[in-house]
Design a protein around this ligand. Sequence first.
Ligand SMILES: [Zn+2]
Length: 298
Amino acid sequence: MPELPEVERQLEPELEGRRIEELEVLDGRWSRPLPPAELGAAVSGSTIEGLGRRGKYLLLEIDGGRTLVMHLRMTGNLVLVEGEEMLDPSEGRRLYEGERSTSARHLRARFALDDGREVWFTDPRRFGEAFLIDDADLGERFARLGVEPFSPEFTPEALGQMAAGRTVPLKSFLLDQSGIAGVGNIYADEALYRARLHPLSPAGSMKPEHHLALRDAVVAALQAGIDAGGSSIDDYRDGRGEKGTMQERFLVHTREGEPCPSCGGEIVRIVVGGRSTYFCPSCQVRLRRRPRRRAARR
Ligand SMILES: [Zn+2]
């Protein structure tokens, strides 16, 4: 899935202050439970005040104290369209002709802006969705989302507090959006490999040095995805390989049976919490559950 920090960074200056002449919703799944025409009518004519992000949600702030919340899910994407030109903000590049026609085929919603440009929500698998919410309700809606990995609040100490006493495997711990917001299956694997931590280690078994290593590894893994122009990275594979370069950069994810980049040992696949998980059994240390501390000495 596209990297939301990149989408936000690239699109916000283009959209801020623009008026949405029309929002045309072409797929009822995108707007449900609202009928497409109803969501379209509610947003058409609004002015865009900003673009924000919370976890894996993009927030299009519009006038009237309202926000259109969009989730890209597995294969959703926002594309800026200017005549024949199409920019994919998550990759920071213009799309080639073949990609343009693919995008057009998977168009789910179209924002026509007052400067003649358009923003398209494209989504081959159609899991993406959108809903309109009053700003006053945003806090409650996202109250359960955890800390943003690129924010200053994401410290080793914060990670330690989150993990304290938890017996869930580290892999599940990283995927829990109420802890760290926005880490998907791929980045969880890549981060654990970078931190040299076994995905089945209980989260609460980490020591302070592991908190530091894992914090740094999560940020580094996400940053590597962004630097690589990371689109089409979650579990989805484009059969035509149109955006396929990112897979070549994974250290362990989807590399079952291949040599570990560090020790040359074989990368293994297991299933944790229903999700495919790839790791190096030699490099990634399995932490034991910490023995219960005795009561403080008198
Ligand atoms: Zn290894």
